[in-house]
Design a protein around this ligand. Structure first.
Ligand SMILES: [Fe+2]
Ligand SMILES: [Fe+2]
Length: 197
């Protein structure tokens, strides 16, 4: 992702977060900007947007998709909640990916190339979605609806146990915005974003 694009997206991202006027939002912005790699991190190590700036681009894609899906199904949601959930659902990926150098032979010559691996010992040792919720709560208070959206954003991939699956179904039925968010995230990952080989 060119630096110019990253800078433009970063400005848009910060302006959106700031527009929520949520208490503590400046501390969250300070963490993202100065104490984490959030704005240059990839969105995944091997799949969608696996390049620098990929995570930032991914969160903005989810924001756009989520807004469109809510509109399509005529579901009302506060703008600040749409922003907080979309932009912060993958906060768990901050300070999580590590760039490593490997060697490969191309046309008989060895060359170095970069691969992304993951931090096996993150500062908040919780699984994906609860880690995002926990990290977000260090800076701002979140509403119950926002917690549900972020917690269940992995849909059926978020847990395999019987209770999780039952709860997911109940939550998706009672709070359809959780289902739409899962769809917005999937659409961003599979249709909007590319994998760099
Ligand atoms: Fe995620
Ligand atoms: Fe995501």
């Amino acid at each position: 992702m060119p630096n110019e694009t990253i800078n433009e997206q970063k400005e848009l991202f910060i302006n959106l977060l700031r527009s929520t006027n949520r208490e503590g939002i400046e501390d969250l912005i300070d963490f993202l900007e100065n104490k984490s790699d959030f704005f240059t991190a990839p969105a995944s190590s091997k799949f969608h947007n696996n390049f620098e700036g990929g995570l930032l681009d991914h969160t903005l894609n989810v924001y756009k998709n989520f807004k469109k899906l809510l509109e399509m199904k005529n579901i009302q949601m506060e703008e600040d909640s749409i922003i907080i959930t979309s932009l912060c659902h993958d906060l768990c990926k901050a300070n999580y990916y590590i760039k490593e150098s490997r060697n490969r032979k191309v046309d008989g010559k060895w060359e170095a190339y970069d691969v992304w691996s993951t931090n096996k010992n993150p500062a908040v040792p919780l699984p994906h979605s609860p880690r995002s919720v926990r990290m977000l709560r260090k800076f701002i208070s979140i509403k119950f609806q926002e917690e549900l959206i972020i917690y269940y954003h992995m849909g059926p991939y978020g847990g395999e146990d019987y209770e999780y699956r039952n709860l997911l179904q109940t939550v998706n039925e009672k709070h359809p915005e959780t289902l739409l968010f899962y769809a917005a995230d999937l659409i961003a990952s599979y249709l909007d974003e590319e994998k760099e080989v």
